[in-house]
Design a protein around this ligand. Structure first.
Ligand SMILES: *[C@@H]1O[C@H](CO)[C@@H](O)[C@H](O)[C@H]1NC(C)=O
Length: 337
């Protein structure tokens, strides 16, 4: 049977389109992103000098040397590296100032609260009028194209449920103290101006990423939550977790929920310049299926293991510092089959 040019064209379209539909946010060649990260680290190092304000950290050097950073807050959105580099957050929207630390009504949040800001449909760059501790009543369910920018204030999200990034994209979270996160749920919670829905019991993660893409979590401190400090599952991808300080927690970071959930082959995560500090036990991170670039992190404490994985993940570990505890079993590098 002769193949018509038309069916060839259909076949060609299928070959080109299907991978694009399946992995809308995953890149074809993750090694190119790795090289790009290396290049920006190298460039930052080259600019180090006696009179320069640089630190060799390309993310920080991108904005911290600007004395007017506070007037150019949205510039931060262009400072990410790695797989989450394209996350624009609220770069193209208004600045929204949180003035009210309350969370009395998760279905009809008051203007001025953090919850009111994050559920909006429009892009917003969210900042804080003053130092505050926000004890959420339910998970903070974010809508797409938001930045939560804690710079210039001391902002704690603590003592209640914490942040959920579910089926949305383009989120930047910077400079928050996220700790003592609890389970929430069995309640209605608003996730957009026109919709709220019933939430079952939540995991109690610090930041829970579920089917999310283009996510960047930078310069946050995270500790002591009910489940993971940052977990990314269910086909989440295009993520960078950088400059964070993790302490006092058992299961630090789960990337990929189960060995059988093969959609997580699209998961691509950069983990860079984080400090894994005191009181941590395991999963820094624990990886499944995808591609994980773990670069220039500082591991100073772990009780069970630092980096682990299953279901054939690719873990590219580069330039990390491991200060092993004084215990023979914590010093092994091994493959568990
Ligand atoms: C970055 O610098 C290192 C050390 O000089 C070098 O080996 C590496 O090839 C550089 N990477 C890129 C992408 O330029």
């Amino acid at each position: 049977m002769a193949t018509s040019p038309f069916s060839l064209l259909i076949l060609l379209l299928l070959v080109v389109l299907v991978p694009a539909l399946v992995a809308a946010s995953a890149v074809q060649d993750p090694e190119l992103v790795v090289k790009d990260v290396e290049r920006s680290i190298n460039a930052s190092r080259r600019n180090l000098g006696f009179l320069s304000c640089g630190t060799g950290n390309p993310i920080d050097d991108c904005w911290r040397c600007d004395p007017n950073w506070e007037k150019n807050r949205q510039r931060l959105a262009d400072c990410a590296i790695g797989f989450g580099k394209q996350a624009v957050g609220g770069r193209d929207g208004r600045i929204y100032v949180v003035t009210d630390s309350g969370d009395d009504n998760p279905v009809n949040p008051k203007p001025g609260t953090l919850r009111f800001a994050v559920i909006q449909d429009e892009p917003l760059w969210i900042i804080f009028a003053r130092d505050m501790v926000i004890k959420l009543k339910e998970e903070l369910i974010m809508n797409s194209f938001k930045t939560i920018d804690g710079r210039g204030a001391s902002v704690h999200i603590a003592g209640g449920p914490c942040i959920t990034i579910q089926y949305v994209s383009n989120i930047i979270i910077h400079g928050l103290h996220i700790h003592d996160c609890k389970q929430g749920g069995n309640a209605n919670v608003r996730d957009s101006p026109t919709h709220y829905g019933w939430r079952t019991i939540s995991d109690g993660d610090g930041v829970s990423i579920f089917g999310g893409s283009h996510i960047w979590v930078d310069h946050c401190s995270l500790s002591n939550c009910h489940d993971g400090l940052i977990d990314a599952i269910h086909g989440s991808t295009a993520i960078t977790l950088s400059n964070n300080y993790f302490t006092h927690h058992d299961k630090v970071m789960l990337l990929g929920h189960s060995d059988t959930y093969t959609q997580d082959k699209n998961m691509q995560v950069t983990i860079a310049f984080n400090h894994f500090g005191e009181g941590l036990v395991q999963r820094m991170p624990r990886c499944r299926h995808g591609y994980f670039h773990v670069v220039n992190n500082d591991y100073t404490h772990w009780e069970m293991y630092a980096i682990g994985g299953s279901a054939a993940p690719t873990i590219n570990s580069q330039g990390n510092r491991f200060l092993a505890p004084d215990n023979r079993f914590s010093k092994e590098v091994r493959a568990l089959l």
